[in-house]
Design a protein around this ligand. Structure first.
Ligand SMILES: Nc1nc2c(ncn2[C@@H]2O[C@@H]3COP(=O)(O)O[C@H]4[C@@H](O)[C@H](n5cnc6c(=O)[nH]c(N)nc65)O[C@@H]4COP(=O)(O)O[C@H]3[C@H]2O)c(=O)[nH]1
Ligand SMILES: Nc1nc2c(ncn2[C@@H]2O[C@@H]3COP(=O)(O)O[C@H]4[C@@H](O)[C@H](n5cnc6c(=O)[nH]c(N)nc65)O[C@@H]4COP(=O)(O)O[C@H]3[C@H]2O)c(=O)[nH]1
Lengths: 250, 155
């Protein structure tokens, strides 16, 4: 069976026909299921997974037409990164994060940078709320609104798109990951910058970021470590990411 | 702690690889399942390849969705994934899938069973890996909570 697959590839590359292309698309389409499933896990429940799969299919078709049989990479590896890029690009272009939430996040970040410059330390929630002329509850409501959009939204707010095609998210950069053929140094430097920025943060923010991204614990497990509810961990996490962003873009 | 962490990293890399091939197997199973239902009159008549391509987003998206509350990344497939992918490719060929409408009922059922068995074995290995990882992580979490490890030493 493996040789039947090789035959299709060789035939398609030497003489690209619609028929062979469609054959390959159907065969590898489940890779899109994998990518879409993982991205969906970081999006709010109301995002239609079928839409994500359609976005991803463009990335797959792109990968099939561009794949170079002689380069020695595995197709799956190449395809997964194209599919992921296609889904994230399309999500960004449809601007799925509501403008109002994006605006609130920006205003919180601005308050954080301003306060940090003035106090030479990370500001407390009380100080941030006061700066924005909000009550503590109102500030928490903003954190909750941002968290309810899921992790992809937070990642987006801290995405390191400097690498071009493969947009690295916060999760990619911080979490354990096997380094690919390209971008090793960029990610190591980024990890270093992030580690230093995390080091300058408050105790609970540090714990949540470290346990979530480096130790890969779940929000519930982190809640047990800190002795707080999972939703409280979510708030701390959201605040920490906004803080990171305000430090790194300062 | 470094040993615990290393044990977790190794198990997590394996879990990542197994999860990838599991999802691919499920996708192929769902494509075959779609054809079986279509023959039983349950789906529309898109029996040709363009019809199948058109239905792929619905076939491949799982509506029931939970989240595990964990940081999810999309990594490069490791050696375990590539090895399992070869095993899966041996179970179902490109012709089986795109030409799924031309298989007779018996062959269709056979392919379905073979992929189903493969998916079940991957899901079972994955469950075991989850138990292993989650046990290690509960212990890592406990050490942080009881102050045996501090974030500063790690960073
Ligand atoms: N949030 C979350 N929950 C998870 C995850 N993995 C497993 N579970 C939960 O654990 C149950 C059993 O999973 P399984 O033993 O792998 O057994 C699974 C698996 O073998 C298979 N399966 C799951 N998804 C698909 C799919 O999209 N297509 C196909 N063909 N089979 C699937 O069906 C069985 C039952 O699936 P469910 O009814 O969904 O029931 C799942 C689900 O409730 C995960 O990554 N995240
Ligand atoms: N240590 C540990 N790791 C775990 C556990 N459950 C899932 N994972 C890992 O965490 C990833 C994300 O899980 P998710 O957020 O539930 O996000 C999942 C979930 O939303 C969905 N999914 C996958 N399998 C199932 C299933 O059988 N049933 C349901 N309902 N959803 C599933 O697809 C997404 C991606 O799945 P994967 O690619 O398999 O990727 C999974 C898997 O690699 C666990 O109990 N312990």
């Amino acid at each position: 069976n493996a040789s039947e697959l090789d035959d299709v590839w060789t035939r398609y590359k030497s003489n690209p026909t619609q028929e062979d292309r469609d054959l390959l698309i159907v065969y590898y389409a489940p890779l899109v299921k994998y990518v879409a499933g993982r991205i969906a896990s970081g999006l709010p429940q109301n995002v239609d997974q079928a839409d994500l799969v359609s976005y991803g299919m463009f990335g797959l078709i792109d990968a099939i037409t561009k794949f170079d049989l002689d380069r020695g990479f595995k197709f799956e590896t190449y395809a997964i990164s194209r599919i992921k890029g296609a889904v994230l690009d399309e999500l960004r272009s449809i601007d799925w994060v509501p403008r109002s939430v994006r605006a609130k996040a920006k205003s919180v970040e601005r308050a954080m940078s301003k306060l940090e410059a003035k106090l030479h330390r990370v500001p407390t929630d009380e100080e941030i709320a006061e700066e924005l002329d909000l009550t503590g509850d109102q500030l928490n409501a903003i954190y909750n609104q941002i968290s309810s959009l899921g992790m992809v939204a937070l990642d987006e707010m801290l995405s390191f798109g400097a690498g071009g095609g493969e947009n690295a998210t916060l999760g990619d950069t911080l979490a354990d990951r096997r380094e690919g053929p390209g971008g090793v140094y960029e990610r190591v430097e980024m990890r270093q910058m992030l580690a230093e920025a995390i080091n300058g943060m408050g105790e609970r923010a540090k714990i949540v970021l470290t346990l979530y991204y480096y130790e890969n614990l779940t929000l519930a497990e982190i809640g047990r470590v800190l002795g707080v509810t999972e939703s409280r961990v979510c708030q701390i996490h959201t605040k920490a990411v906004l803080q990171l962003r305000s430090k790194l873009t300062a | 702690l470094p040993d615990l962490r290393q044990a977790r990293v190794t198990a997590a890399q394996a879990e990542n690889d197994v999860s990838l091939v599991r999802r691919v197997a499920q996708g192929r199973l769902d494509i075959v399942g779609h054809e079986i239902r279509r023959r039983a009159g349950a789906e529309g008549d898109g029996s040709d390849l363009p019809g199948l391509l058109f239905s792929l987003p619905d076939i491949l998206s799982s509506q029931s969705r939970g989240t595990s509350g964990r940081a999810v990344v999309i990594n490069e497939p490791g050696s375990i994934a590539l090895m399992l992918v070869e095993e899966l490719d041996a179970v179902v060929s490109p012709g089986d899938l795109s030409g799924v409408d031309s298989l007779d009922d018996g062959s269709l059922r056979m392919v379905c069973e073979r992929i189903g068995e493969f998916e079940a074995s991957l899901s079972s290995v994955r469950r075991q890996l989850h138990e292993r990882i989650d046990t290690i992580q509960i212990e890592i979490g406990r050490r942080y909570r009881d102050g045996e490890v501090s974030v500063d030493t790690f960073l």
